[in-house]
Design a protein. Structure first.
Lengths: 931, 284
């Protein structure tokens, strides 16, 4: 067929069953993204003769004779279309994977459509931003950070945080520098993991287990292997026998070794049985259908409480407890924690007020828009993995260990990563691609489908959280008792870590003389759980902050005041079941300000009226959260900064960019230390060949660990450059001293003498002087950050609908290095948490089958579902973070669900104990006995 | 997504070309449903769009909607002054889970054939006492009441090889006043319940309940029922179901409330109009 794509003629056949999305990507139009492949997410949106369509459900043959326009056809860097420029100016993206489709859709909207955006954007999902910045980009508006209204982009605003403003081209720390990749992202030119043409690429397709618990008796792959175009059929016979964990941490001993690349025992529906490597996906799929597997079905257990009972089916009964680091495989117990501080019995006796309850949280899917994917190949006898990972260095380490490869013989790197939220702190594709590359010698690509993501990728750990609080009549806590049952599913990846972290800052947040924590992480034959934004804190805080709210109601006390009375202060010890280690300190303390800011905003209101009708009940609620600014026991980053002969600076940092904005902040940090514009700073990152070791992008470490290493390197380089200028620039100008050389944007000056940076680099090169400086950070000391969320809601007694009238978050982020970007992290965290609180649930049928395998059945928030959240920053400066900054990526998520539950409780007088607080669940609370 | 097992594509030019249809060769209209799920059992597609069916045909008797009429075309049906049921076209289009970009491609017939309980075109056709014209694979034609077409979650009255040709909406019901209510677990989510009430010129009252029920259910009354009778009859419906889009008991409970809203809306004001007055406007 013949068509025009962005004005260029294309002549090529389309397969009868091919969709337009894959036709365009085959022609290297990588700006057309594959987010769901089911017509739901909109990342593949293109125009066909000016009409917007989802190209993944548009038959390719129908494009014959048409003119197709992609995001790249709207405009390119340096020559952006107005709508693209508005996305840049409004910071209307984070990871940017959804952005090309978003921009294409937005390009078809006129001013008349601006009031109808909720409906018109329901086919475009963004998992990062919470949509406020996207709506601003489309409308050309700029919503003030306090959410009080929408002003024209050219106007001035009277926002509480004066540093907030339009994103700008250049800026040092404290200003809203735009993302370095912004222009490429809005035009689809920023490459993600699979946006590359690899000659001779083959494709890997996985045959997944149809059974929740089975043993493979035999696999007959003869017919599959015989299919033309098939290069390998892989199964347990080909697998390394080294046990590992898909979870990756700085210390690999954090997670139990309970997984194999291919295991003969299948422990959940969806586990790998075999894989086919073939010339095309179609051939690989056909070969998978030809594989004959004889399964021996085994007993299974699907409920974590049942899994602990004697006689329950054992998920990993074959494992050695010590070798795999499991608490007790004969009881399905991965890890447990039992500890007491003070005397819990005495604390409960002393209490005159007692509240208790059992709270439950559901499975949540990360739903990063870019699926897990890896391309692997051999280059000069080295294995190269281009992967969608938050932790390329940790992947490198474990791949070397699993396949017994020399570290120098392996390179792992990432392109820009299309979202993660913890989901890409796992090895889910890299291991099988490595096996396939080593087996075939060919380049191999493996990409998760959206259904793989929703049915087989690890989810947030579901938890049962029992909380008992004792207090005096004055509201002083005397006892805090916690019992947590965390379901890790079929594998223990992140099982211990989430359990320990979940019961950590949630408990140490309160200053209570008597505490007890009992927690267990348990195997079942459901799909595995894993790392998810907040890493367990959100689940446990849902229980504790709800219980605190019950206590406030019982006492007739304002919930803000109850926190002021009981929350840990800057001079208190941090205690879970014992005083926390000396590595955790109050580098700054902003909880008091957060409480004041959120309470004032709630009392001020926002003028949004209660809906009409007698069915609506009004309520307010709040919740608090604390988080350590980085993971415990070491998080390492090495960075370097070089002055190039071109006069530009190159930052090399190991951490990955997945929408968290670290590249932006790293450019700002380097530019500030070197007194230049971030435009002069190039960043190479997330590549084991390009920089020194970095633990990776988890635990909100991008600014406070990697950023600190970058700052140290840049500061060191600034000194080197002054020294080099003094040594090499000839005689010191009259009236100046050698110490007077100072860096400017593009040169170094001493008095009237100005030496361009490029000249300095050449002089240094000629004298054999190295203009690279290194910096490192070990994460040995950690601070704490705070977030307070408040809501005003209306709840319909007739339908169970929860309508958010006002959403407020106050954050203690230390010195805010990039206000607009930090605001975006908070808005996005609140949005994701509203999804968790009201809508999202990975539903299982009780026998290990996920029934919510497509986005149509797994509801992530749309623009229509979310309020504009007012964001307030406490004014603190941290002792540890670069320029006084603290991390602010995970923590905004954590207080949201309990704050919303508390507002619902206030509205209807009934406590919700279960997430999500879906309309049917709230309705049932209001209409008991009608079910 | 790519349907990699599909190896043949026939662009149908006449009914004879439909002979290729069967269990593994299926009709293709817009494609948004077919290409939105794996279809490893399929080997071929027969494109219906090349048959060139007029999307919307106005006759003395009513409105004929080709199966291949897109949702976008239906939603843009000119607003005929006084055609009382007209708002339903946009309301039902907007009830589609898919975005406006899906409307540009997805078809009315495709939505009926997908036969999801929440299919808004099923609701529209059933609510207006539409008639489905089926081209049977043996060459015969059959007309079915639209309310009976969808028989369960993703099941319908078509046999392999059959084609849904068109949906006829009679003039009598197009002139009726209607009231529309839908509700979901989120503001724009897939419909958990979708109810359409109709006050006919002759005084009859029809409530069509879909989305929360496995198949459309119609409650028909000679004249508007009392609140208690309607509420009792809605609550007595026995095909509510539970899935990711809502629990059965909640769907029933909310539907009782929405049914009463519809009853009241239709009780007050407005008048039905004759098709003859409206059709010229539609043609324009």
């Amino acid at each position: 067929m013949r068509l025009a794509v962005n004005g260029s003629p294309v002549e090529a056949p389309a397969a009868p069953g091919q969709c337009l999305r894959s036709f365009l990507r085959e022609r290297e139009h990588f700006e057309v993204k594959k987010g769901c492949d089911t017509g739901d997410c909109g990342a593949c949106s293109v125009l066909v003769d000016g009409t917007p369509v989802h190209s993944c459900v548009f038959p390719a043959f129908r494009a014959d004779g048409t003119s197709v326009t992609t995001a790249a056809g709207l405009g390119l860097p340096g020559n952006l279309a107005p709508v693209q420029q508005r996305f840049v100016d409004a910071a209307g993206f984070q990871c940017g994977f959804c952005t090309p489709g978003m921009v294409v859709t937005a390009s078809t909207l006129s001013e008349h459509d601006h009031d109808d955006l909720p409906r018109l954007l329901k086919g475009n999902l963004c998992r990062c931003t919470g949509y406020r910045s996207i709506a601003d980009a489309i409308r050309g508006t700029r919503t003030p950070i306090d959410g009080t209204g929408t002003l024209d982009g050219t106007g001035t605003i009277d926002a509480p945080a004066p540093t907030l403003g339009r994103v700008i081209r250049t800026g040092k720390v404290g200003t809203s520098l735009r993302a370095p990749a912004a222009e490429r992202i809005v035009s689809g030119q920023e490459p993600y993991t699979l946006d590359v043409a690899v000659p001779g690429l083959t494709h890997l397709v996985v045959l997944r287990s149809p059974h929740p618990s089975a043993r493979i008796r035999s696999i007959d792959s003869r017919a599959a292997s015989a299919l033309p175009g098939v290069h390998a059929v892989l199964s347990h016979a080909d697998s390394p026998t080294t046990l590992f964990s898909t979870a990756r941490h700085e210390d690999r001993l954090d997670d139990p070794d309970d997984s194999l690349v291919f295991d003969r025992v299948l422990r959940f529906r969806g586990q790998r049985v075999a894989a086919v490597v073939a010339d095309t996906v179609a051939i690989a799929e056909a070969a998978c259908r030809l594989i004959v597997v004889d399964y021996e079905l085994l007993p299974a257990v699907f409920d974590p409480a049942e899994a602990l009972r004697p006689g329950a089916a054992l998920v990993h009964g074959d494992k050695d407890a010590a070798a795999s680091r499991l608490a007790d495989p004969s009881r399905n117990l991965v890890a447990e924690l039992h500890g007491e501080y003070g005397d819990i019995g005495a604390g409960l006796v002393e209490a005159t007020r007692l509240v208790t309850g059992i709270w439950r949280t559901q499975r949540v899917a990360h739903t990063h828009l870019e699926p897990h994917a890896t391309i692997g190949w051999l280059e000069d006898d080295r294995l190269v993995l281009r992967t969608s990972s938050q932790v390329p260095f940790l992947v490198h380490r474990e791949i070397c260990r699993l396949f017994d490869l020399d570290p120098d013989a392996v390179r792992v790197f990432t392109a820009r990563v299309g979202g993660g939220f913890g989901g890409k702190q796992e090895i889910l594709t890299e291991d099988v691609v490595t096996l396939a590359v080593l087996k075939t010698g060919r380049p191999v690509q493996y990409e998760f489908s959206r259904t793989d993501e929703l049915t087989a990728a690890p989810t947030r750990h579901p938890m049962r959280v029992q909380v008992t609080l004792g207090a005096t009549d004055e509201g002083r806590l005397t006892a805090l008792k916690l019992d947590v049952l965390s379901e890790t599913g079929a594998y223990g990846n992140h099982g211990p870590g989430v359990m320990f972290h979940g019961t950590s800052e949630s408990v140490s947040l309160y200053s209570v003389p008597n505490k007890r924590v009992d927690a267990r992480s348990v195997y079942t034959n459901n799909l595995p759980s894993g790392a998810f934004r907040g890493y367990g804190l959100g689940q446990v805080l849902f229980g504790i902050e709800s219980a605190m709210d019950d206590l406030a109601h019982d006492l007739g006390m304002n919930p803000f005041d109850l926190r002021r009375l009981n929350c840990v202060g800057p001079s208190d010890p941090l205690v879970v079941t014992h005083v926390e280690g000396a590595d955790l300190i109050f580098g700054s303390y902003g909880l008091d300000q957060c409480l004041d800011l959120a309470q004032a905003a709630l009392e001020r209101g926002n003028g949004v009226a209660v809906p009409d009708g007698a069915e609506w009940r009004l309520g307010e609620g709040m919740a608090t959260a604390m988080i350590a600014t980085m993971p415990p026991r070491g998080h390492f980053a090495n960075a370097s900064v070089t002055l190039e002969p071109t006069g530009r600076y190159t930052v090399r940092a190991g951490t990955a960019e997945f929408g968290n904005g670290t590249t932006t902040v790293h450019a700002q940090l380097a530019a500030t230390a070197l007194n230049t514009d971030p435009d002069r700073v190039d960043i190479l990152h997330a590549d084991t060949d390009a920089s020194g070791y970095d633990t990776g992008a988890y635990g909100s470490a991008g600014v406070v660990v990697a950023g600190k290493a970058v700052l140290a390197a840049a500061t060191e380089l600034a000194g080197l450059l002054r020294q080099a200028a003094a040594d090499l620039a000839g005689p010191t100008p009259a009236g100046q001293s050698r110490d007077d050389w100072s860096l400017e944007t593009d040169g170094i000056r001493c008095g009237d003498t100005m030496l361009p940076l490029a000249r300095l680099a050449v002089l240094a090169g000629a004298s054999g002087r190295n203009l690279t400086a290194a910096g490192a950070e070990d994460g040995a000391r950690r601070s704490v950050a705070f977030n307070v969320q408040a809501f005003r809601v209306a709840v319909s007694t007739r339908t169970g609908e929860v309508r958010i009238l006002q959403s407020i978050q106050a954050a203690d982020a230390g010195v805010v290095l990039n206000p607009e970007q930090c605001r975006g992290q908070i808005e996005g965290g609140v949005a994701q948490a509203i999804g968790t609180a009201l809508f999202e649930e990975v539903i299982l049928d009780g026998e290990g089958t996920v029934t919510t395998g497509v986005l149509r059945n797994y509801h992530v928030p749309l623009l229509a579902d979310l309020p504009v959240t007012e964001v307030y920053f406490a004014e603190t400066s941290d002792l540890l973070g670069p320029f006084g900054a603290k991390s602010m990526s995970e923590s905004p998520y954590n207080p949201v669900a309990p704050a919303l539950a508390n507002a619902v409780r206030d509205a209807i007088g009934i406590r919700p104990y279960e997430l999500p607080m879906s309309r049917d669940r709230i309705w049932r609370l209001l209409h008991p006995g009608q079910g | 997504m790519d349907l990699n097992t599909v190896l043949t594509l026939i662009s149908a030019r006449s009914r004879a070309d439909l002979a290729a249809l069967g269990r593994t060769v299926v009709p293709l209209a817009g494609g948004t449903d077919l290409f939105g799920d794996p279809q490893a059992h399929l080997t071929g597609l027969v494109d219906l769009q090349t048959l060139g069916w007029a999307p919307l045909t106005v006759t003395d008797g009513g409105l004929d909607i080709a199966a291949t009429c897109t949702i976008a075309e239906l939603s843009r049906l000119p607003e005929a002054i006084g055609l009382a049921a007209h708002p339903l076209f946009f309301q039902c289009s907007a009830a589609l889970y898919g975005s406006f970009k899906i409307w540009n491609v997805a078809t009315v017939g495709g939505n009926l054939c997908a036969s999801l309980p929440a299919g808004p075109m099923t609701a529209l056709a059933a609510a207006l006492d539409g008639e489905i014209l089926v081209w049977r694979s043996n060459g015969t034609d059959e007309r079915l009441p639209a309310v009976d077409f969808v028989t369960g979650n993703q099941t319908n009255r078509l046999e392999p090889g059959d084609v849904l040709r068109s949906i006829f909406l009679p003039a009598s019901t197009l002139g009726s006043r209607t009231a529309f209510r839908r509700f979901a677990l989120s503001p724009l989510g897939r419909s958990a319940t979708l109810l359409i009430g109709r006050a006919d010129v002759g005084g009859g009252f029809v409530l069509t309940v879909t989305a929360g029920t496995r198949h459309p259910v119609q409650l028909r009354y000679d004249r508007a029922p009392s609140a208690s009778a309607l509420s009792r009859d809605i609550a007595a419906i026995d095909v509510w179901f539970t899935d990711a889009h809502g629990a059965a008991d909640w769907r029933r409970g909310v539907s009782v409330g929405l049914g009463e809203e519809i009853r009241r809306e239709l009780e007050s004001g407005g008048s039905a109009t004759a098709w003859a007055d409206a059709r010229e406007e539609v043609r324009a």
